[in-house]
Ligand binder design. Structure first.
Ligand code: HEM
Length: 427
């Protein structure tokens, strides 16, 4: 086992860029806590012992895959977009506090390594005694619980307050623009935007929580959390989940979930540059508060007219089954479905419900939908839909939008590479 004196890093004259990825990873972890676990596949359990930082050799650990519920992290496209939706989400937006592009790249490399390990559910065990942990940190589990971790870059990573901190300004995609303000919304900047977003989804809420915690611990002195949102969908046993208003939500996604549907509407293709975004997509996230008390006082018949679908089985009005074709003649022209379809554009929705207790001012439930959609173009696919809905949707008296963010999700990475490398390596 290798021992490093507590003040080693002060005496070390090496330039930051000459540290290896693993060393940076170790330092980031050491900066955070006495024991940080699950940071990478090998030497990632650290301890402070009698004032000395101890970094064990890889051989001190047995690394094994104990998990059948693995959704691969590496791939041409990032997981957590086109992969089946898990029940729980923890979504964090980070601001980068360093202006050094090398530090930013190191962070992305570290985050990639850690994410691949956690997604694989790789178990790390300390053989010399004290503590048994696995790669999801404080979470003791024998499963990665269908974990996916998805990264996105905000427009402020490219230019912030007119300053191109990382020399990436010319690479900013045209599509990475804020959603224009919509009638009736009140956007709070402290829960909107951010330089980098990370969406962790899992079938276990504590896995999603610890993933964000672990990634935050590895980012010390380079990034800070700007906001976090957690969310859940109901256990649907293969059924379309219901939102907090009790309606099946996601029915019309089915078409988009096919490979063909995603190629056509979700993944950025070569003709729709920039080149570093090919096989990536754009993520829009909007927190939408839902007025549960008002909804509960509304007759079901009226609720159904508002959505244009039945509450019981989600069938379009005038039809029998959920998957029956929607007849625009049968549903009200101010209904949510009528308006959302009438633009003719399609988006892949992957939203989560949220519930955050009682509003201290009104005493009402603080609950709603953390709306997430993926699309090739926010401007051409989502904004026309939002504009129509914001103006005329019969649902509007029951909802209010309080946050809005757009992120460019780069393509996936391969082992040895890192998330976003296509962006950084073009420079
Ligand atoms: C709290 C807010 C919202 C709630 C409760 C809600 C709920 C629903 C429900 C119940 C459906 C019908 C079932 C389905 O096809 O999934 C639906 C459909 C849809 N919603 Fe929303 N939604 C909300 C916000 C939004 C927003 C902000 C957008 C994007 C602009 C959106 C876009 C769509 C689309 C595209 C469809 C499918 C329409 C179709 O092709 O049939 N929704 N939504």
């Amino acid at each position: 086992m290798k021992h490093i004196q507590a003040n080693d890093s002060n005496n070390d004259n090496r330039d930051e860029s000459s540290y290896s990825r693993r060393e940076i990873l170790k330092m980031a972890a050491l900066a955070g806590t006495g024991i940080v676990v699950g940071m990478s596949g090998m030497a990632s359990l650290f301890a402070i012992n009698n004032g000395q930082k101890i970094i064990p050799d890889p051989e001190d650990f047995q690394s094994e895959i104990v998990n059948k519920d693995v959704i691969p992290f590496y791939g041409v496209r990032q997981a957590g977009i086109g992969t089946p939706q898990q029940m729980y989400m923890c979504f964090a937006a980070f601001d980068i506090i360093s202006n050094n592009v090398e530090k930013l790249k190191q962070l992305l490399k570290i985050w990639t390594d850690i994410s691949a390990e956690m997604s694989a559910g790789r178990a790390l065990r300390e053989t010399n005694g004290q503590r048994e942990v696995n790669s999801i940190g404080e979470k003791y589990t024998d499963s990665s619980a269908k974990l996916t971790i998805t990264f996105g870059f905000g427009s402020t990573l490219f230019t912030k307050n007119g300053i191109d901190r990382f020399g990436l300004g010319t690479q900013c995609p045209d599509e990475l623009r804020d959603i224009p303000s919509m009638p009736g919304e009140t956007i709070h900047s402290q829960i909107s935007g951010g330089d980098i977003c990370i969406q962790a989804c899992s079938s276990d809420p504590t896995v999603a929580f610890h993933v964000i915690r672990n990634l935050a611990a590895a980012s010390i002195e380079i990034a800070v959390i700007r906001w976090i949102q957690t969310g859940f969908i109901d256990a649907s046993n293969g059924q379309t989940p219901r939102n907090l208003f009790g309606f099946k939500d996601g029915t019309a996604n089915i078409e988009l979930e096919s490979e063909q549907g995603k190629e056509k509407h979700v993944w950025v293709e070569s003709s729709k540059g920039p080149a570093w975004m090919i096989n990536g997509t754009y993520l829009a996230a909007r927190k939408i508060r839902m007025d549960m008390e008002k909804w509960e006082q509304t007759f079901v018949r009226k609720q159904e007219a508002i959505f244009g679908r039945t509450k019981n089985n989600g069938a379009p009005l005038g039809m029998h089954d959920e998957l029956d074709a929607v007849s625009m003649r049968e549903i009200p022209s101010d209904s949510h479905v009528w308006l959302a379809r009438s633009t003719g554009t399609k988006i892949l929705r992957r939203s989560y419900s949220y519930f955050e207790g009682i509003d201290p001012v009104t005493g009402n439930l603080n609950a709603g939908l953390f709306f997430i959609s993926f699309q090739q173009s926010v401007r051409k696919q989502l904004v026309p839909m939002l504009s129509l809905l914001a103006k005329d949707d019969a649902l509007n008296p029951f909802i209010s939008t309080i946050s809005s963010s757009v992120f460019a999700c780069p393509p996936g990475s391969s082992e040895g590479g890192y998330i976003g490398e296509q962006l950084f390596e073009v420079n």
